[in-house]
Ligand binder design. Structure first.
Ligand SMILES: [Zn+2]
Length: 400
């Protein structure tokens, strides 16, 4: 299989397929952009992507992992049971009030383009190719649920691309968790008999102040940010209930969890001081793990960009956000590279970035991403030693 000629022929077929499909892919990226859908409600985008995959012979599992707008599409293959599966991940959710200001229309379409290109050669490959439709990246944690529910259990390596104002391959992200704090006190007339009340709002405010004091003693990569979501009903009633919501982040899961435990002790201490009762709700899909970007896969992707003539550089600023791709990266070797779609300084989640996500530069980056991901997947399947190296690195990082 791995004769040089055959490899070159497969690569050429992939590049030609993306070129041939480019009008279709651009049209789909524009259609998703013009119909922004919020997390877990991406019905049109999921239907659009799956219909094109199905039309080209993919076997499509809709509502994967019991999530209506998730899907797993598997290209036809003659692979045997023991051979690897490479997953290319699509995102397609938009932001409330801002539309596709994170460019997920390009992410979804690039994954589709890569999948369709690999489909041209999929029956000649020693392994399988999947396009996995991942809803709700913007805070909904679609990949957290997909990972927890086993969608990546049989996957050997995974990748996606994200648009940005510069191109680069390695990026870190923070582990994060959102917690709701529910404080229960006892109501009383705030003037006539305040001595009979237990003030839940006081307990929430002491929690907030305790967390402010805690920050001084945390590692500098830690972030804690929160709001008070309920502060009582009326000034003349001692609040019987108050609540807050916090997001805790750190460079690794262990430290993020330790910090979360400290935050919970702030709330417990505050509850004790006020005589209130505290309840916690740690939101499962909010547990974004930190990204482990796989060096071997990064190297293959970098070589591919170089071959395609796509410039890239080390990303300077990284690590401040969180992505649910982190959870996938803790499950299988993964990469989350970026391609430039906007002028430097135009950051995601802005009106200008939304315009970039439908610009010529954005569409070109999407086509480039489709080629680069498809060629990277091809390389991993044709080169078992490389895939084994990626998996060994992954295992070594996990063992630390
Ligand atoms: Zn995004």
């Amino acid at each position: 299989m791995s004769s040089l000629n055959e490899r070159a022929e497969l690569e050429a077929a992939i590049i030609a397929a993306v070129d041939r499909d480019s009008p279709l892919l651009i049209a789909i990226s524009r259609e998703i952009h013009q119909n922004p859908e919020l997390q877990y409600k991406e019905f049109k985008a999921a239907a659009l992507l799956t219909s094109h995959l199905e039309r080209r012979g993919f076997e499509v599992e809709r509502a994967a992992a019991d999530i209506e707008t998730a899907f797993v599409a598997t290209a036809p293959s003659k692979a045997s049971a023991g051979q690897p599966t490479i997953a290319i991940l699509a995102e397609y959710d938009a932001l409330a009030g801002l539309g596709h200001a994170c460019g997920h229309n390009l992410i979804g379409t690039a994954a589709l383009g890569a999948g369709l290109a690999l489909r041209e050669v999929s029956e000649r490959l020693p392994g399988r190719v999947q396009v996995v439709g991942c809803p709700a990246e913007e805070g909904g944690g679609g990949k957290v649920l997909l990972t927890n529910r086993g969608v990546f259990d049989e996957v050997s390596a995974a990748m996606m691309f994200h648009p940005l104002d510069s191109s680069g391959i390695h990026a870190d992200s923070l582990a994060a968790t959102t917690i709701e704090i529910h404080m229960h006190g006892k109501p009383a007339h705030a003037a006539a008999n305040p001595e009979d009340g237990v003030n839940a709002l006081d307990a929430i405010i002491q929690t907030y102040n305790g967390i402010n004091a805690l920050r001084q003693h945390l590692r500098s990569d830690t972030r804690i940010h929160g709001i008070i979501t309920n502060g009582g009903q009326a000034p003349n009633i001692v609040p019987k209930y108050a609540s807050a919501k916090f997001r805790v982040r750190a460079a690794d899961r262990k430290y993020a969890d330790e910090t979360l435990a400290k935050l919970m002790r702030c709330a417990e201490g505050a509850a004790m001081a006020a005589g209130a009762k505290v309840e916690f709700n740690i939101i499962e899909e909010s547990r974004y793990d930190n990204m482990i970007s796989n060096p071997t896969m990064e190297g293959i992707f970098a070589d591919t960009l170089d071959k395609l003539g796509i410039p890239w550089a080390d990303l300077k600023e990284s690590g401040l956000g969180s992505t649910d791709m982190g959870n996938v990266s803790q499950k299988v070797p993964s990469i989350h590279p970026y391609l430039k779609i906007a002028p430097r300084g135009v950051s995601p989640h802005t009106d200008a970035f939304r315009e970039a996500a439908i610009s010529d530069e954005g569409q070109q980056a999407m086509l480039n991403a489709a080629k680069a991901m498809a060629l990277t997947a091809l390389h991993l399947l044709l080169d078992p030693a490389k895939l084994a190296a990626a998996q060994q690195e992954f295992a070594a990082t996990k063992a630390k």
